[in-house]
Design a protein around this ligand. Structure first.
Ligand code: CP3
Length: 351
């Protein structure tokens, strides 16, 4: 028997109400986060300081008594550890000043396990510190990485690819898929090492964030986004059979059946699919996580409350629902609106 609401729901055991946590729960919408963030000067320095990363991981747990914490870091720490310089400019998001544009640049990315573990040691340290504080609260900790597909879009575009329609990444994908596969395979290997390190440090579950898998057609999604995620999962399960893994592809609703077939424990849903319909597609063996539109948090608290309850009722009392947003919370959402969301779940009872 799992002892926490979150791990129970992931294991498909019954719970009194859905557990709740949300993507980017430690972030700029919280005044206490902004205070620490200022101390750390820049975002990467905050990730790389285990004491501060642990502190911000715990902030949303203290404020809202959420059912799970997620370690404070970023998906782009992996390419950084493989040798790519990374910066975060204020208001601009992540930037790789030397984006990958040649096969040779892929070949020079390093994969030495000891070097990766040493480079990413700050994340493992933060996990150990956070676990010491979370254990007495009986709150599990989620570890994570980005999907190789999503991480590769940033490495090739040099930053967010949305404004250019991911032109560099997609041109490469269609012109020379074999070389792109080389990059994805390297990311599978590094991400597996990284997640195994997080598990060794104490992560209770891991989630793979695939923010951009939804930009391609079905054959490319299956081959270049889902397959690498399945390989990472296989690498983890080889050492930790049945370890809980959640896969989240934004705009991935049309592939839910294929995602379910990978044998993942849970699937993150964005808000574009009805949760009841998602349940019909994936069957009874998989936990669903989501699916309130993060922009719903701009609505009045009464509306937020109603919409949150609507999703929980739509899923219904069968085990296997974790309440979450369909993507990360936005920095300018009022904290009281977040409270309305959390309270709607914490006051809910399955009848
Ligand atoms: O969920 C959590 O609370 C854990 C921490 C976490 C962060 N990033 C912290 C962060 C997680 C799980 C991520 C994942 C991540 N990072 C993804 C996948 C999920 C998603 O949101 O799509 C992606 C694509 C990234 C890359 C990334 N990091 C971007 C595009 C940005 C800029 C966006 C922005 O809001 O400014 C970041 C920076 C980042 N990562 C911030 C946080 C809290 C904001 C930076 C700051 O505090 O200045």
């Amino acid at each position: 028997m799992k002892t926490t609401r979150f791990l129970k729901a992931l294991a498909g055991e019954s719970v009194d109400r859905p557990p709740i946590w949300f993507m980017r729960q430690a972030g700029r919408y919280l005044p206490e986060y902004r205070a620490i963030r200022q101390q750390a000067k820049h975002f990467l320095a905050l990730c790389q300081n285990p004491e501060l990363a642990c502190e911000v991981t715990l902030q949303p747990i203290r404020r809202f008594n959420l059912d799970a914490a997620i370690i404070f870091s970023d998906i782009l720490t992996v390419p950084n550890a493989m040798g790519m310089p990374l910066t975060f400019q204020e208001g601009e998001g992540p930037r790789f000043p030397e984006p990958i544009r040649t096969r040779q640049a892929i070949e020079t990315l390093q994969l030495d396990k000891d070097v990766l573990n040493q480079q990413l040691g700050y994340v493992f340290e933060a996990i150990k510190l956070a676990k010491q504080q979370l254990n007495p609260l009986n709150t599990p900790l989620i570890g994570f990485c980005g999907s190789p597909f999503t991480v590769a879009t940033y490495m090739i575009e040099g930053g967010g690819g949305l404004s250019s329609g991911f032109k560099n990444f997609k041109s490469w994908l269609y012109q020379d898929p074999a070389t792109l596969t080389l990059l994805l395979n390297k990311l599978v290997e590094a991400s597996t090492t990284y997640l195994l390190g997080q598990i060794a440090a104490g992560a209770d579950c891991v989630m793979i964030f695939d923010t951009w898998g939804g930009i391609v057609d079905t054959p490319r999604y299956l081959a270049f986004s889902l397959d690498p995620m399945a390989k990472i999962m296989a690498g983890i399960r080889k050492q930790h059979p049945n370890f809980p893994v959640i896969l989240f592809t934004k705009q991935g609703a049309q592939w839910l059946g294929s995602i379910a077939k990978t044998g993942c424990t849970g699937i993150g849903l964005d808000w574009t699919i009805d949760i009841q319909q998602a349940r019909e597609i994936v069957g009874n063996q998989i936990t669903l996580q989501g699916n309130l539109d993060p922009m719903m948090l701009y609505a009045k608290p009464e509306i937020i409350q109603q919409e949150t309850v609507r999703i929980m009722q739509k899923h219904g009392p069968m085990p296997g629902h974790i309440m979450n947003l369909g993507h990360g919370i936005l920095p300018d959402v009022p904290v009281e609106h977040v409270s309305a969301f959390v309270q709607a779940v914490q006051q809910f009872k399955y009848t």
